[in-house]
Design a protein around this ligand. Structure first.
Ligand SMILES: [Zn+2]
Length: 88
């Protein structure tokens, strides 16, 4: 994520999940991996701390989320169907 509290240590990197209810987050339930991003322990803590301004968290989430999606695609973990004709 490379957020304000980033420690830039890849060894602490985990898959972090969105806290938004619209992303499936609930009490004791994590959002799905679809709404996630790679972040180090510093970024994960910063993102989860409600003291960080919502707008700032949202901004860093969007950037980190897109970069993570790219990583998923590189690894073949994710396939985005842009034009799925089967719906027609
Ligand atoms: Zn970080």
């Amino acid at each position: 994520m490379n957020g304000p509290n980033c420690n830039y240590n890849p060894e602490t990197t985990v898959l972090c999940h969105s806290n938004k209810q619209v992303h499936g987050k609930g009490w004791g339930i994590k959002a799905s991996d679809e709404h996630s991003f790679y972040g180090c322990s510093g970024c994960n803590m910063w993102f989860d701390s409600m003291s960080a301004p919502e707008e700032e968290r949202e901004h860093y989430y969007q950037v980190a989320h897109e970069r993570t999606q790219e990583k998923f695609k590189e690894k073949g973990l994710w396939e985005v169907v842009i034009n799925d004709d089967s719906w027609n």
